[in-house]
Design a protein around this ligand. Structure first.
Ligand code: AMP
Length: 221
């Protein structure tokens, strides 16, 4: 699942996870878990991740690839999985292709990019709130919780991510265009890529993403 920050990758990945019973693997979530760990466990890697994430910069490929390699060993990935926010660089994409083919002999990746205009993204990012317990995503403008500031599922107070402010958003957009655009071209070149309009109702986007994945998967079946 590709797309600029705030296009709804996480929301859509969570909806597909529920519909298809396959896990969402979000490198952003994995890194946020890592940085929460005490220094003694996460070591220098945890604080490096925190520093880069808070500045809107990408974490080095080797670290992210290693985390993904570990996560893909889990049994729940057997029937498939949704990669959310990964691969984000050409280095990650080529590593993943090789890893899936050579090490795991799993089906190759199909990539769907959710596309949304800049102004809509800015509103989504600054309105985004997340549950620190279950990772459910809300938006104060378009998808508010039933009770203001509190998760519908477990009652935990919602938080705003430190990188969801306007200046950090702008840096993340610059990074996205500079570093992630070649990933789109990589999958387009392989004929394993489709774009979906993300500026529709949430259910409509889910429907479009699911259809796009089914269509792209036909070549593997
Ligand atoms: P996200 O939750 O996907 O918006 O990611 C939040 C932040 O985590 C990004 O701005 C990066 O600093 C870091 N991050 C997440 N995924 C990756 C990735 N695939 N490669 C490098 N950094 C990542």
């Amino acid at each position: 699942m590709l797309g600029a920050p705030g296009v709804g990758k996480g929301t859509q990945a969570q909806r597909l996870m529920a519909a298809w019973g396959i896990p969402q693997i979000s490198t952003g979530d994995i890194l946020r878990e890592l940085r929460k760990k005490p220094e003694s466990e996460a070591g220098a890697i945890g604080s490096l991740a925190k520093q880069l994430m808070d500045a809107g910069k990408l974490v080095p490929d080797e670290l992210v690839n290693q985390l993904v390699a570990e996560r893909l060993l889990a049994a729940d990935t057997e029937r498939g999985y949704i990669l959310d926010g990964y691969p984000r660089t050409l280095g990650q994409a080529t590593w993943l292709d090789e890893h899936l083919g050579a090490v795991l002999t799993k089906l190759p990746v199909v990539a769907v990019s959710i596309e949304v205009g800049y102004d809509v993204l800015l509103r989504r990012i600054t309105g985004r709130r997340t549950c620190p317990t279950c990772s459910r995503i809300y938006n104060v403008y378009s998808q508010p919780p039933i009770v203001d500031g509190v998760c519908d599922v477990d009652g935990t107070p919602l938080v705003q991510r430190p990188d969801d402010t306007e200046p950090v958003f702008e840096e993340r957009m610059r990074t996205y265009h500079a570093v992630t655009a070649p990933v789109v071209e990589h999958y387009r070149g392989l004929g394993r890529f489709t774009e979906v309009n993300g500026d529709q109702a949430v259910e409509e986007v889910t429907h479009s993403v699911a259809s796009a994945i089914r269509e792209l998967r036909k070549q593997d079946l």
